[in-house]
Design a protein around this ligand. Sequence first.
Ligand SMILES: Nc1ncnc2c1ncn2[C@@H]1O[C@H](COP(=O)(O)OS(=O)(=O)O)[C@@H](OP(=O)(O)O)[C@H]1O
Ligand SMILES: Nc1ncnc2c1ncn2[C@@H]1O[C@H](COP(=O)(O)OP(=O)(O)O)[C@@H](O)[C@H]1O
Length: 199
Amino acid sequence: MANNLTFHPGSVSASDRTVLLKQKGVTIWFTGLSASGKSTVACALEKILLHQGKFTYRLDGDNIRLGLNKDLAFDAISQAENVRRIGEVAKLFTDACCITLVAFISPFRVAREAVRRLHEAAGLGFIEVFVDAPLSVVEQRDPKGLYKKVHAGEIQDFPGISLPYEAPENPQVHLRTAECNVAESVEAITEYLMTHHYL
Ligand SMILES: Nc1ncnc2c1ncn2[C@@H]1O[C@H](COP(=O)(O)OS(=O)(=O)O)[C@@H](OP(=O)(O)O)[C@H]1O
Ligand SMILES: Nc1ncnc2c1ncn2[C@@H]1O[C@H](COP(=O)(O)OP(=O)(O)O)[C@@H](O)[C@H]1O
């Protein structure tokens, strides 16, 4: 086999796959309050990576909450299960050498840390990106009118208001989206990826 690859019967190792596809997978996990900018930044990053010819895919509410996890509600137990399942899916994408962009509120530290351990146990990269904006700012943005509904009592179990949002203590990348624009946020992440040899 070319490229110094050693194929063992029955399976392809993660390192062989990385060499063949010329790309190391990594999960980039965006966490933050609703309207903090997770989807906006993840979409912008996805476009840049695709233009660089990278294999990337974004997991967010549209393709997970409406499909795989459509049986889940928003109470604390469901939000933790949501994150557990997304973590398993992200691990598979990343094992397949994808730069996997994951954008969910994911409010509980222990659930996010479990996903990190899941990746690390499999020798896979996991980058936590804290998309940080004060409650006063996200309530002002309110692009989907959700905060308005929360205050009107139409939505319960909302992280940051009626459920805790547990901010990361040691995120690999900390974006303050009330102070920096989308391009600056994307640059901070790509710089981290380059420094750590993912790009
Ligand atoms: N009660 C309640 N709590 C939280 N979120 C709610 C709720 N009701 C609806 N939504 C909408 O669902 C999106 C959050 O889903 P997530 O899967 O990201 O949340 S979580 O990780 O399970 O906490 C969230 O998306 P974003 O605003 O993009 O973060 C909301 O649009
Ligand atoms: N610096 C910024 N970074 C990201 N989004 C921003 C920024 N400034 C304003 N916004 C706006 O805030 C909103 C964030 O919404 P969204 O990306 O859907 O958040 P989330 O996915 O965290 O719920 C969008 O309307 C976006 O245009």
